[in-house]
Design a protein around this ligand. Structure first.
Ligand code: ADP
Ligand code: MG
Length: 262
């Protein structure tokens, strides 16, 4: 059966299967996975390692193609990487020989802009992530949080329809991580870029997301709506039941997977 898709859907995975072969063994990373993400929403994927989160992201980014099923952004099928989908990885993949501004400007290469226009835009986007003072720094002169801010500025500078983030704050210490979450919330409120965000942390997903999905064995197991204003204190009583339900859903996915392996 083909799921119906509303016209406001920006990102759509329809019955997507992706397998990897390695040393004669087949791993099904995504198994007939279907997911819709609405225009302008912040959507998180939660689940333990190996459940297919990165694979889903790579298919949306266009780095890989599905074996069957379809990935669409708007009405277009994803057939490869493109500037309409910007990606932020866990490690911020900056060019070490370029400054912060140079790295952000590099993301604008696909646009027909003059050198000075690119530089101006780069500075604007660095200011957006709170790095106006650090435009001339090189990656080796940056902390992990700063480098990740540059990565986010570079992604936003592309003015993507979809922002894809794979555990972007996982390597940061707790304090910087909270700062980055505040930044992500602020940017989302200002920009409303459709965002697919992967995290291991239930708390992080609850702080950031409009909706979140739990994944197990290459499929979405449940979708949760987080209907609360920002900023959110997800340790507050109103979140306790929701946190527990999400944790239970993830754990039952892990148990089911273990039983399958046996
Ligand atoms: P997650 O991001 O949720 O940890 P992944 O999407 O990275 O999960 O991986 C899903 C499954 O696919 C895992 O079993 C992983 O080992 C396998 N896998 C992912 N990428 C490859 C690859 N390039 N080659 C072989 N197996 C892969
Ligand atoms: Mg992953």
């Amino acid at each position: 059966m083909t799921p119906t898709v509303s016209t406001s859907t920006t990102v759509c995975l329809e019955n997507v299967t992706k397998q990897y072969w390695q040393n004669g063994r087949c791993t099904t990373a995504l198994a007939d996975c279907t997911l819709d993400i609405r225009a302008g929403e912040f959507f998180s994927l939660l689940g333990p390692s190996g459940t297919g989160k990165t694979t889903l992201l790579n298919l949306l980014a266009g780095f890989e193609r599905p074996d069957s099923g379809q990935v669409r952004v708007g009405s277009r099928e994803v057939r490869g990487a493109g500037p309409d989908r910007a990606v932020v990885f866990q490690a911020p993949t900056l060019y070490p020989w370029l400054t912060a501004a140079g790295n952000v400007a590099e993301g604008l290469r696909h646009l027909r802009l003059s050198h000075s226009e690119r530089k101006e835009r780069a500075l604007h986007h660095l200011a957006e992530v709170g790095l106006e003072h650090a435009a001339t720094r090189h990656p080796h002169q940056m902390s992990g949080g700063m480098a990740q801010r540059v990565g986010i500025a570079r992604a936003l500078a592309m003015q993507p329809d979809v922002l894809v983030m794979d555990e972007p704050f996982a390597a940061l210490d707790a304090y910087v991580r909270r700062e980055m979450q505040e930044l992500a919330v602020r940017l989302q409120q200002e920009r409303k870029v459709t965002t697919l965000f992967v995290t291991h942390s239930i708390e992080e997903a609850l702080v950031l997301s409009d909706r979140l999905a739990t994944m197990a064995a290459g499929r979405v197991t449940e979708i949760f709506e987080v209907d609360a204003a920002h900023p959110r204190d997800v340790t507050a009583a109103e979140f306790i039941a929701l946190r527990r339900t999400i944790a239970d859903r993830i754990e039952s996915g892990v148990r089911a997977e273990r039983e399958q392996v046996r």
